[in-house]
Ligand binder design. Structure first.
Ligand SMILES: [Cu+2]
Length: 186
């Protein structure tokens, strides 16, 4: 076998091996509230569901419309779900959720979505809310999840894209070195 043929074969094998690792990243499959949703009830938890397994090191932050970070009581990760528990019901306003997921394949993906809380009765009940923690509504959560499937933001594409390019170049270089090495031994 010539060196050139060996080189091409190795490169092809590497190319076919790559997709399995690349496309197993965890992307946001759905969330509750969904991206762009207007929530008219008390909101005490935010649920993110990913399309692949995520590790406990995954993170999330919620930014209010003034750019401030909303206090989070806890984040429960039960792969592929991530549940954000808020210390109380969110005030009316626009919120952005920024997430970073560490996939089971060790790749990191990130993205964001946003929603609006617009409770009609919020003015009169402001004081009451501070005392009563919001109730979660699992049934509603599940129903919404099935209906609202959304894509994660474009941001992650650029981040992962550049990472992949680096990985790709390294892999190809290694393949070439191996091919040259093997052919020289013959
Ligand atoms: Cu991946």
């Amino acid at each position: 076998m010539t060196q050139k043929a060996l080189l091409i074969m190795t490169a092809l094998m590497v190319l076919f091996a790559i997709p399995n690792t690349i496309f197993a990243h965890s992307h946001l499959e759905s969330s509750n509230p969904a991206n762009g949703e207007v929530v008219e009830e008390e909101l005490g938890t935010i649920l993110l569901t990913f399309d692949a397994g995520i590790e406990a090191a995954s993170t999330v932050e919620i930014i209010d419309e003034d750019g401030g970070e909303v206090a989070i009581e806890g984040v429960e990760i039960d792969s592929p779900h991530m549940e954000v528990i808020l210390p109380g019901a969110l005030e009316n306003g626009h919120y952005q959720v920024n997430w970073t997921a560490l996939g089971e394949d060790t790749h990191i993906t990130e993205g964001e979505f946003s929603f609006t809380v617009e409770r009609p009765e919020v003015q009169e009940q402001e004081e009451e809310e501070l005392v009563d923690p919001p109730a979660t509504d699992e049934e509603v959560d599940q129903a919404d999840l099935v209906e609202e499937v959304e894509e994660s933001s474009d941001e992650e594409g650029t981040t992962t894209g550049s990472n992949l390019m680096v990985i790709f170049i390294v892999v190809v270089l290694v393949a070439i070195v191996i091919a040259v090495f093997i052919s020289k031994r013959k």
